[in-house]
Write a protein that binds this ligand. Structure first.
Ligand code: GLU
Length: 380
């Protein structure tokens, strides 16, 4: 006899949901998934953009902890068009800006970043945001730069090299002067008239100095003193030869160090610029001594404090300096000689580039770009 089986549902029997239920669950899951995907995409779209920048007036200025300037205002307008919020990351120099973009610490960088073939190889750039180029900045205004030969001669007389040579000569003189004094003072017709140390040694020193610079006016009488005299005269010839060579070299350097009127006059000069900039690369090609500074402000101070003979940097920045903080203290000389364009930097293949370019072109087609440009650089 078989026991009656308890009634079971179809699910218990097959282990599967009945078709209409399964369809509903699947539909629910797909819907949830779709919501998740849309939500996360929307999140990504609205996530703050990390924008790396650095202070380079007037492209980027910082006042009381607030960023401003041409590039910042331009980016703020682009961000508004893209409907994205911005989180600025302020970094010390252009190399660090590029590193931040390369390593993904920033989504993009904007400041005064020149578009170069070498950088284009590693990054994506936006359309140019502004024309730029390099220029030379020197101390002073046009009025006080006339050459002053008298001042240059005085500078030579009191130069370090000259003082060192004089010191060496003085020390050298002491040796034959003492020998002469010791031997000649006891000789009955010797050239040292007294046995006393003072003023006897002064006589001997006068003789030694005269012999070194020109010719011996008196010949010693004692045979030992005569040997010293001959040796000393030879020393004099060598000394004068070296001294003349040194003086000629100093004069030549001073002539080379004449006024700077453009990039052609930079050879042999100490020139300042910012670290990792295109100007550094340019100056390294020339025969200049390059000093690199992190902050643009430090660069200008180095010029005014005479640590460098000239500054080579981005023309818009230099022109801004000469009309603001550096007014009357420094001036640009020569033409803009290394034309460059500024761009916004993205990592390779960034989907942002196209959106930013569209926004940028939109700003140029309207009057926003022009308004921001004129605010910082005046009417073109
Ligand atoms: N235009 C320069 C460059 O891109 C700027 C350098 C700087 O910000 O110091 O190299």
């Amino acid at each position: 006899m078989t026991r009656p089986q308890p009634a079971t549902s179809s699910r218990a029997r097959t282990g599967r949901l009945p078709w209409p239920v399964a369809a509903k669950v699947t539909r629910g899951l797909v819907l949830a998934l779709l919501i998740c995907v849309t939500w996360s995409t929307a999140q990504a779209e609205t996530a703050r953009l990390r924008v790396a920048t650095r202070v380079v007036p007037p492209m980027v200025v910082e006042k009381n902890g607030t960023l401003g300037g041409f590039s910042i205002e331009l980016w703020n307008s682009i961000g508004k068009r893209l409907n994205r919020e911005t989180e600025y990351v302020v970094l010390p120099d252009v190399r660090e800006l590029l590193d931040a973009v390369a390593s993904g610490r920033a989504d993009l960088a904007i400041a005064a970043i020149s578009i170069t073939s070498e950088r284009e190889d590693r990054f994506d750039f936006s359309q140019p945001i502004m024309n730029s180029g390099l220029q030379v900045l020197v101390r002073g205004n046009a009025v006080n730069v006339a050459a002053n030969p008298l001042r240059e001669l005085m500078q030579l007389f009191f130069s370090r090299t000259l003082l060192i040579w004089l010191g060496v000569a003085l020390l050298l003189i002491l040796v034959p002067a003492h020998l002469m004094f010791l031997v000649e003072r006891t000789h009955h017709s010797g050239i040292i008239p007294t046995r006393k140390y003072f003023p006897g040694i002064f006589h001997a020193m006068f003789w030694a100095a005269g012999t070194l610079a020109t010719q011996a006016d008196q010949m010693p009488r004692h045979w030992m003193a005569r040997i010293v005299a001959v040796l000393w005269m030879f020393t004099g010839v060598v000394f004068v030869a070296f001294y003349t060579a040194q003086l000629t070299a100093s004069l030549t350097v001073q002539q080379i160090k004449g006024p700077i009127n453009g990039p052609q006059d930079l050879v042999g000069k100490t020139v300042g610029t910012t670290r990792g900039s295109t100007a550094t690369a340019y100056l390294n090609e020339l025969k200049t001594e390059v000093r690199e500074y992190e902050k643009v402000d430090d660069l200008y101070h180095a010029l005014l404090d005479q640590q460098v003979d000239a500054v080579v940097f981005d023309s818009p920045a230099l022109l801004y300096f000469t009309t603001h903080d550096g007014r009357g203290l420094a001036r640009t000389v020569g033409e803009v000689f290394h034309k460059e364009d500024y761009g916004i930097v993205f990592p390779m293949g960034s989907p942002l580039r196209k959106q930013v370019n569209e926004a940028l072109l939109g700003l140029r087609e309207g009057d926003t770009y022009q308004r921001i440009y004129e605010e910082w650089f005046g009417k073109r």
